[in-house]
Each structure stands twice: as structure tokens, then as C-alpha cells.
Design a protein around this ligand. Structure first.
Ligand SMILES: C[S@@+](CC[C@H](N)C(=O)[O-])C[C@H]1O[C@@H](n2cnc3c(N)ncnc32)[C@H](O)[C@@H]1O
Length: 299
């Protein structure tokens, strides 16, 4: 979202609210606009547009002029199963940056943990860690259910005094989960992501957070990451988690914990079965608004 580029908002309004049916739309928006896509339902706060009607969802993605035609075509293609879907676009006016920023409210995970963008003035509770995350070109501002489920998982381990010293975050995005672990006491965090913009964003975010841990963020494929870890986190879509079962499972140390997110309730059984077949034991499934976090352990 740097200056010098004319940014355009592309809106897709679809007559559907079922997260499972909308998953391909989420995936398309994520790849078009990794750090800045917004999804609204009929409970959206009033703004320039009225909220979409009951039973409809509206997506807003932000692209540069050069990406506009490709983005419109991608959104039209992915919404073709939904008759009546509308794709619109408009250049962003001078006030859009402030309105865009307004979407990024601080997210309080617990009395120990809060995620906030760097422009916010925050008065944390005593002992509460603030994870500063710049909502740039990578996923992971803390707004999404799948991120919140993982943050709660990491926080729960810290509350129980069982947060491992070594943490691997597969699909690190902004680095938010690795940074949560670093704030809460992990000594070594490794984050990997196939998207170079995510790697750059996570390195930038380390610089914004007062943590002193050994860290490494890179685009190393998870199968090429060396060693095993006491905690492995992976918030990626279900089909990717299943495709990566072998390398992800192999990174979990004996006695270690694996937390998987990015999974819809309906997809959980398949993901659990894939990991159980690779020696992990299912311990718990935590739901949040149609999504789940799956906790497993290596005996
Ligand atoms: C849903 S985001 C999660 C970001 C952040 N960890 C969070 O919890 O908010 C998923 C991330 O996984 C990355 N990703 C997708 N496929 C991957 C793969 N095969 N290996 C590593 N990262 C991958 C994407 O680029 C994206 O940044």
C-alpha cells in the first residue's frame, strides 16, 4: 500500500454466506490482496455503502491499476457459481487510507496478549504484551478467526506454563503467530512462507516488536526446514494442510504439539485423519464461527 500507486477498490457482492461455499472466493481474494481484503455481511458497520442484504456477502480487495483487469476477471470467474454476483470497482479517494486503517481495531486475545497496528495508541493491561503488526501485503492482522484461534492456542500454552522453547510457524504471513510465541517466552522462532511479500512483512514486523529471541523468517519449503520443534503452528487452508502432512508432521518433536488452523468445521475430520495417519494424536478441536483449530501431539 505504498505511495506512488493508484489504488483501486474492487468489490464483489455475492448471494451466499456459507463459509464452505465461499472458500474459493476467500482464497481468490487472499491471493489478489493478501494484506487488505475485507469481507462484510449484513451486520457490516454503516459506511459509504449500506451493508449487503441479508443472505449476501461483500468482499473488498485493493489492487494497483496494473492488476485491475486481472482482479476483475479472477473475481468474476470465482463468483460464476453464484448467479447475480456483482463485481464493481472505483479508484480510492484521498480519505480511503483513513477508512482502511479504521478496519484494523486492536484485537485483545487475553489479559496477556493484544494485537494492534503500529499507528494505534494502546494502554495495555499490566503484564499484557502488545504484538505490533503492520497490515501490509501479507495475511495475519489478528482480525481473522483462523488467526485468533491460533493466538488463543499459543496463549493457552503460555497460561499453562507449557509453551515450548522452539516454535515453527508454517505459512507465517505477517509473522503474527511466531511473534505471539516470542512475546510469551519462546526462545527460538522460525517462520516460513511461500510468498516473498509475507517473508518481507514478517521481518519488518520483528523490528516493530520488542522481543529478543533467535528468529528466522524465510521462504524455505517446510520440508527443507532443519530439525524438529516443540510447537508447530500452521494456519493454511485445509487442502494445503493435507498436501503438506508429511513435512509438517515430521517437524513436530517427540512430545511436541501441533496446532492446525484455516480449517472449516466440515473439513476437520479429513485433516485429523491425515495427521493421525502420520503419527500425531488428536487432542482437541476448538471452534470459532464456523472455523476450527485442531490440536495434535506427537506421543
Ligand atoms: C491464512 S495465512 C496465515 C498467516 C498467519 N500465520 C496467521 O495466522 O494469520 C496462510 C499463509 O500461508 C502461506 N502459504 C500458503 N501455502 C504455503 C505453503 N505450501 N508453505 C508455506 N506457506 C504457505 C500463504 O502465503 C499465507 O501467508
Amino acid at each position: 500500500m505504498s505511495d506512488g500507486v493508484t489504488w483501486i477498490e474492487v468489490k464483489l457482492t455475492v448471494p451466499e454466506t456459507d463459509p464452505l461455499r465461499l472458500e474459493p472466493v476467500d482464497e481468490a481474494c487472499l491471493s489478489l490482496s493478501p494484506g487488505g481484503f475485507v469481507m462484510e455481511g449484513d451486520d457490516a458497520p454503516p459506511g459509504d455503502d449500506p451493508p449487503p442484504p441479508r443472505g449476501w456477502s461483500r468482499y473488498r480487495v485493493y489492487v494497483g491499476e496494473a492488476q485491475l483487469e486481472g482482479a476483475k476477471a479472477a473475481l468474476a470467474a470465482v463468483s460464476s457459481p453464484f448467479p447475480g454476483a456483482i463485481v464493481e470497482h472505483a479508484p480510492l479517494d484521498d480519505g480511503w487510507r483513513e477508512r482502511w486503517k479504521a478496519y484494523f481495531e486492536p484485537i485483545e486475545v487475553s489479559d496477556r496478549l493484544l494485537v494492534a497496528p503500529p499507528w494505534r495508541e494502546i494502554a495495555p493491561k499490566p503484564g499484557q504484551h502488545v504484538i505490533w503488526i503492520e497490515p501490509a501485503m501479507a495475511f495475519g492482522t489478528g482480525q481473522h478467526e483462523t488467526t485468533q484461534l491460533c493466538l488463543q492456542g499459543v496463549d493457552g500454552l503460555a497460561a499453562a506454563g507449557t509453551l515450548p522453547e522452539t516454535v515453527l510457524d508454517v505459512g507465517t504471513g505477517t509473522g503474527v503467530l511466531a511473534l505471539a510465541a516470542a512475546h510469551l517466552g519462546a526462545l527460538r522462532v522460525v517462520g516460513v512462507d511461500t510468498d516473498p511479500q509475507a517473508v518481507a512483512a514478517s521481518i519488518e514486523n520483528v523490528g516493530k516488536n520488542p522481543v529478543s529471541v533467535a528468529w528466522a523468517f524465510s521462504d524455505t519449503p517446510v520440508g527443507a526446514v532443519e530439525g524438529t520443534f516443540g510447537l508447530v503452528l500452521a494456519n493454511i487452508m485445509a487442502h494445503v494442510l493435507i498436501a503438506l502432512v508429511e513435512p509438517i508432521a515430521a517437524r513436530v518433536a517427540p512430545g511436541g504439539v501441533l496446532m492446525l488452523s484455516g480449517v472449516l468445521v466440515e473439513q476437520a475430520a479429513d485433516v485429523i485423519a491425515a495427521y493421525e495417519a502420520h503419527g500425531l494424536a488428536h487432542r482437541h478441536t476448538e471452534p470459532l464461527r464456523g472455523w476450527v483449530r485442531i490440536d495434535l501431539a506427537r506421543p
